[in-house]
Each structure stands twice: as C-alpha cells, then as structure tokens.
Design a binder for this molecule. Structure first.
Ligand code: HAM
Length: 423
C-alpha cells in the first residue's frame, strides 16, 4: 500500500471541521484588521530563499526541498512565506502603486525537511502577515496583537509572549562583534554547527538547540546592552504600545530567532499548557528593515509574523477547547424508490441553493435504515418523497426531534423551513 510521505498528514472528519472553523476565524480577523489577501506560488527560484531567509540558517542549509524542473531551473518548495511576499511586493511594484503601508496576509503550506515529531512536520500550514513601509513601532505592536487576539478569540489561556530587540544595523554590528569576542576563546566547547555560525552569523549561536543549556550560553552578552539610543527608544515604544493594548509580555534577551533577516523587534508566543511537548512555539516574527533592499527592492521596512496551524490545533486540543462547529444538517431527503430519486435530487439541490444544509439517500436504503442515517447526521427534518408526493406536489416533512409530521405544498417548503429552523 502506498502511504503518505514522512512528515505529512491527512485532514478529515472532526479535525477537518475544527480546522475549517479556525481558518474562517482567521479570514474574518484579517478582514477586521483591514489586511490584503496575498497568495504566492508554492515553489520559487531557490535563490530567493538563499538570499532572503539567509545562507547560514538551518532552514536553508539543511531543510529546503530543492529540485530542478524539466527546463533545468533551480526551484525550491517554499519553507516560509516572508521571502515570497517580499518578492511579490517588489515584483508587482507595490512600493509605487499602493498607499503605504501595504498590509498583507497569507495562508498556505510550507515545506521543511526536518525530523518529524509532534508539532514538527515536513509539510505544515502557516498563517502570516507582513506590513511594508511603516517604520513606526505601532506596526510592531499591531503585528504582535494579531496572534494574541486570535488565541484570545479561540479561548487559549496558557500562552506566553516573549519579545526582544536586535536593534538597528549599527547596534546589531556592535552586538555581533561582542559575541565574536566572547565566543572566540570557547569555540572548541561549541557544536560543529555553532563553529560554522561563529564565522557566518554568530547571533545564531544563541539560537542553538544543542548548546542551549551550556553555561557559556547563559552568560553570553545580551543584545539589550549594545543598543544605540535610537534602538533603545524604538523598543521602549513597542513595549508602550503593547501596554496600551493590554498585551502581557516577557522580555527574553536570548531570543534571536532562526532566520537571518531580523532587525529591532523579534517575538515568539509559546504554549504553556502542560504536556504540550518541545515544539511549543506557536508563532514567531519580527521586524526586517533591510530585506526588501537585500532582494533588490527599494529601501522599505517590513514587519510580520507567522503561526503554525498544526501547533495551534494541538494547543486547542490540550486546552480542551470546544469549538462551535456545526454537526447537524437541516434536512435529510428520502426517495422511497428509484422512481423518486430525480425529483428528490432536484428538491435537495434547490434547498441547498437556498441556503439549507441538506443531504439525500444516494444508496436506496430501507426506510428504517434511512431514519437511522438521518439520526446519525443529526438532521433536524426528514423529507420523504413517494409517488403520491410527486403527483400532488404535497411534501411530507417530519420534525426529527418532536416527530411531528407536516404536509406542505412544495412551493411553500422554503418558507416552512425558514420559519421552523432556529436562525
Ligand atoms: P518561523 O519561526 O520559522 O518564522 O515559523 C513560524 C511558525 O511556523 C513557528 O512558530 C511554528 O508555529 C510554525 N512552524 C515552523 N516550522 C514548522 C514545522 N516544521 N512544523 C510545524 N510548524 C512549523 C517564519 O517562518 C517567519 N517567516 C515568520 C515571519 C513573518 N517573520 C516576519 N514575518
């Protein structure tokens, strides 16, 4: 038997309903925030991610799905959304056409060749936003508010918002030099990956999972001590806006994030519910004031975040959150025999197009089995179509809860259902 590829999963049943509910909630939330929907291709030129996400990141060095197409082009299944949205922003010249800021939201599958475990898949879905052309800390706070409000709307309680700042280019450079000085004498105690990071991007040493608990990590220089006045002021303002929005946060000075493009604010939201497991980062993001320029666009600032749907769904499960998903239908239609199927199907389609949730017996079940099926589907009404009904155009409809039966002219059926179904 052919099985699904490692690190992927199928969606169906109750999980599918819960997922659709969350997706609709996201869509509604983005409408309220007045963000524009973007959809970019699932594969892009490999160089976009090498230059965009960063040559030294684990994502690019170890995790991309790269392939050549039949025209010998180097392509990559996107490992994240930001680089693609930036590419689209530049390619579609939005810096010229739009009134700034451009506020984008996106949703779709991402691919990373990681070791699969709970909360870590090779194909996973991200919902994310990116704001272009706003250098005011109000936009950083707004971005952080989006996942926080989504979690709140869903009823998640056990979450923790961690924030930090990497400062502007100048502060980052100072900090980088301080880290080089600090780690240089201890290089042989670090893992092989960190030895490589030391040369290419020493900030990423702080993000290492292997060396994380070593003392040398705990006493490493903190970004906060290398900020210039401008960067300090920027971070203070982000915090003030978060306070104004009543968003509780913790400043975590070791938070540097795993992608290369960040400047100033970085943040992550963790799930704190017991038993959640090690992949407890529900979302992450931050500011990237040089990425648009690095990808050949005009100097334009950016800030955004992305959250993983799989981890969000797991958090909802662990916090035992019930979602208001619909598990019932309005009417179940039973044709008494093969002769009534066309009429019944026509009626069913008409009701569906008038907004009712309807199903029909496709399989010529016995009346007894059809009643059982109506109960299984939690149907509020049962409509039985026999030859009498077709001749007279008078439909027999039964309230499946009270068991009351009505005879209704076919033309009045929609009005009947409208007034007898709770809105
Ligand atoms: P990221 O931290 O790499 O950031 O991913 C964001 C979120 O995607 C994670 O917090 C996690 O919930 C989910 N995620 C990542 N990898 C996996 C995986 N293998 N399996 C399941 N879920 C996963 C970014 O991708 C940035 N583009 C975020 C951003 C947007 N920064 C600025 N704008």
């Amino acid at each position: 038997m052919i099985q699904k590829a490692k690190g992927t999963y199928d969606v169906y049943g109750e999980y599918g309903k819960r997922l659709l509910y969350v997706e609709e909630l996201i869509e509604g939330l983005m409408e309220k925030y007045n963000y524009e929907y973007f959809r970019t291709p699932i594969f892009e030129s490999s160089s976009l991610f090498h230059r965009g996400v960063g040559e030294t990141t684990d994502i690019v060095t170890k995790e991309t799905y790269d392939f050549k197409d039949r025209g010998n082009r180097d392509l990559t299944l996107r490992p994240e959304g930001t680089a693609s949205i930036v590419r689209s922003f530049i390619e579609n010249k939005m810096y010229g056409n739009h009134i700034m800021p451009v506020k984008a939201w996106y949703y779709g599958p991402m691919f990373r060749y990681e070791r699969p475990q709970s909360g870590r898949c090779r194909e996973f879905y991200q919902f994310g936003v990116e704001i272009f052309g706003c250098e005011d800390p109000i936009s950083d706070a707004e971005v952080i508010s989006i996942p926080v409000n989504l979690y709140k709307l869903l009823g998640l309680k056990e979450i923790k918002v961690n924030i930090n700042t990497l400062g502007d280019k100048e502060s980052r450079e100072l900090y980088r030099n301080a880290l080089i000085e600090y780690f240089k004498p201890h290089l042989d105690t670090l893992c092989d990956d960190c030895k490589e990071r030391f040369n290419k991007n020493p900030l990423r040493i702080l993000d290492c999972k292997i060396d994380a608990n070593k003392d040398i990590m705990k006493s490493a220089p903190k970004t906060i001590d290398y900020l210039n006045e401008k960067s300090k002021d920027y971070f203070e303002k982000v915090k003030k806006y978060l306070d104004a929005l009543d968003i509780k946060y913790t400043v975590n000075t070791n938070l540097v994030r795993g992608l290369d493009y960040y400047t100033h604010t970085v943040f992550e939201v963790e799930a704190k519910v017991e038993g959640f497991g090690s992949q407890n980062v529900l979302c992450g993001g931050g500011r990237y004031d040089n990425l648009v320029e690095n990808l050949d666009g005009p100097k334009t600032s950016g800030v955004g975040f992305a959250l993983g749907l799989e981890r969000l769904m797991t958090a909802l499960e662990y916090e035992k959150i019930e979602l208001p998903i619909i598990n019932e239908i309005d009417a179940y239609i039973i044709p008494m025999s093969e002769n009534e199927k066309e009429y019944a199907m026509n009626l069913c389609m008409n009701l569906r197009l008038n907004g009712f949730i309807c199903d029909i017996d496709y399989n010529n079940r016995s009346l007894k089995n059809n009643f059982k099926n109506a109960d299984r589907l939690n149907s509020k009404f049962i409509i039985i179509i026999g030859d009498e009904e077709i001749k007279s155009n008078i439909i027999t409809i039964k309230n499946n809860k009270t068991k009351e039966e009505y005879k209704i002219n076919k033309d009045e059926l929609i009005d009947f259902l409208d007034s007898n179904l709770p809105s």
